[in-house]
Design a protein. Sequence first.
Length: 285
Amino acid sequence: MKKKVLDILQQELCNLTSAQRKVADYILKNPVEASFLTLDQLASVAEVSTTTVMRLSFNLGYSGYSEFQKELQELLRNRVSPTVRLEANIKAVGNDSLLIECAEKQIRNIRATVDFLSGDVTNICLESILKARKVYIVGMRTSFGAAYYLYQGLNQILDNCEILEPGSGDQVERILDISSSDLVIAISLPRYGRATVDLVTAIKNLRGAKIISITDGYTSPLASISDLVLPCAFSSLAFHNSITGAVIISDFLITSVAMREAKKTKQRLASCEEVFTALNFHVEK
């Protein structure tokens, strides 16, 4: 049976240089966070050179850091339950600086998410949103917060967005309304809601809609059925998946559409203000 990446790392510790052991020690103590750091980021937090990280990957039998990282991500998806994550983080976090550490964790999530994204992919994503007949947004449990934020922001501009809740009573009828001219944006993070993956798979196979996934990477079960993948970091200091990375991507998409469709956005917002005023919707005028 093939050895798991963390087992290999542990077994090879005595054969590593002192600099490589610093990297190995960081990974073994912070496996979830380390699995989503870029080469430069891992070298920085371990206080070594990028060459050291690359040599460590080679010494462990991998073709490079990308292959090593991919195996680490796959291992963690299959074994890290919320309970395990919470227990590990309780040991690592000091209560005296919890607020600061939480903030720093989310800053790292934002930076990692930005590093994951490419201009070409985000431009294609923007064009897909603008060309779609309708935009359907899918998310459940933790991811529903990011999904609803994206839905509300885009719908204020485009007026052609709907949010789909996996497992809803009218799910079959909603799927029947979707066509190949439509776009589905699905948000799902480890350990991935089966209902989300099944719903998006059915839409792809039965209706031929274009799929964009906001997920943790290209080994996500959503990636193989997606036309575009927008990777995001999701680690937290407790048991949960942070949606900060997904929200940053959502905020970027809303902002990009608003700027691209500035005239339409102004018109829609003006119309919304008329309704808000008529309903006395806000406390502040």
